[in-house]
Ligand binder design. Structure first.
Ligand code: NDP
Length: 326
């Protein structure tokens, strides 16, 4: 445990589009934000190749490049961007306490949580290989579906996300094969019906993935097996989409913040406010519906504005123009 406790006006946890956008706004409002990057600096976008749907990039931009630019923009206004992993918080008192790497203790006037969510993968070695190569494995159809126009793809999952993504892909791709591990969908009836009624989606029930097959660079097919009959076959495909759910990175806030049954932070509707005053949330940590870089950035902006207003209301002597208490 460190003996010096640092005091911070605005602590931002996480370095995806939500965190950096919050930092840009907070820094420009003289809130002297400190941002901890976490274990995956840049967040989920760093596992995406090309981002073509973020406004302002007519030629597209790679995920890692966009995150470097966002970091530079935040630092241009003197955001203090630091390596470090927030391992513990205590929001039970008037002062919001945060520990970095289990040692450094920080007392914060405001905290903006932008810890995001992590897509779940099957965990197969072949899946992880082509994911890392950027060779045809993706957990986001809206982000990457465009690259598989007029091609054949496979998607795994049977929930609302999988149905929504399969339907999205069906409008771009020649054929979508959907692998459902049980003999029924988990998705709502209406979403499942939409998939069933789409001509170029083939649904294979009781079917699981054995291996993602490729040429060493890109995906060329998927080996599957029927878990009732043990029958095996290979499906030709250039894209392998995994839509088996996301896990919000919110474990350290459990017990302090209201979370839904999946672990997403519950915000006051239309705001970034949590159930604790002075603690705000942005990005995928509170969003299981949209999960886009641009929506994350939008809520990052909201969180910084909410934090600024909270500080101003809490202490009328706080002068945002000089960042000091009078
Ligand atoms: P869910 O947890 O609802 O579904 C995950 C799906 O993935 C399940 O069908 C599950 O199968 C399957 N799955 C999990 N692990 C594996 C595996 N190892 N191999 C094969 N299949 C696997 O996650 P979603 O992301 O779909 O949805 C999360 C929440 O968000 C839900 O509440 C959903 O309703 C909501 N949502 C709503 C939308 C909307 O209303 N427009 C859109 C998207 C999501 P099994 O069924 O066998 O467990």
């Amino acid at each position: 445990m460190s003996d010096t406790i640092e005091k911070v006006k605005c602590l931002i946890i996480g370095s995806g589009p939500a965190g950096y956008t919050a930092a840009i706004y907070a820094a420009r409002a003289n809130m002297a934000p400190v941002l901890y990057q976490g274990t995956q600096p840049g967040g989920q976008l760093t596992t995406t190749n090309e981002v073509e749907n973020f406004p302002g990039y007519p030629e597209g931009v790679t995920g890692p490049e966009m995150m470097i630019q966002l970091q530079k923009q935040a630092e241009r206004f003197d955001t203090d961007v630091r390596d470090g992993w927030v391992t513990k918080v205590d929001f039970s008192g008037d002062v919001h306490k945060v520990w970095v790497n289990d040692t450094k203790e920080i007392h914060c006037d405001t905290v903006i949580i932008s810890t995001g969510a992590s897509a779940k993968y099957l965990g197969l070695e072949s899946e992880q290989k082509y994911l890392k190569l950027g060779g045809g494995v993706s957990a986001c159809a809206v982000c990457d579906g465009f690259f598989y126009r007029n091609q054949e793809v496979v998607i795994v999952g049977a929930g609302d996300s999988a149905c929504e993504e399969a339907h999205y892909l069906s409008k771009l791709c020649k054929k979508v094969t959907m692998l459902v591990r049980r003999d029924e969908f988990r998705a709502s009836k209406i979403m499942a019906a939409r998939v069933k009624n789409t001509e170029n989606i083939e649904i294979l029930f009781n079917t699981e993935t054995d291996e993602v097959v490729g040429d060493g660079q890109v995906v060329t097919g998927v080996k599957v097996f029927n878990n009732k009959t043990d029958e095996k076959h290979e499906i030709p495909a250039t894209g392998f989409f995994v839509a088996i759910g996301h896990k919000p990175n919110t474990d350290i806030f459990r017990g302090f913040l209201d979370l839904d049954e999946t672990g997403y932070i519950i915000n006051v509707p239309g705001t970034s406010k949590t159930n604790i005053e002075g603690v705000f949330v942005s990005g995928d940590a509170a969003d299981h519906v949209y999960r886009q870089a641009v929506t994350a950035a939008g809520t990052g902006c909201m969180a910084a504005l909410d934090a600024e207003r909270y500080l101003a209301a809490k202490d009328a002597t706080f002068d945002v123009s000089t960042s000091t208490y009078n």
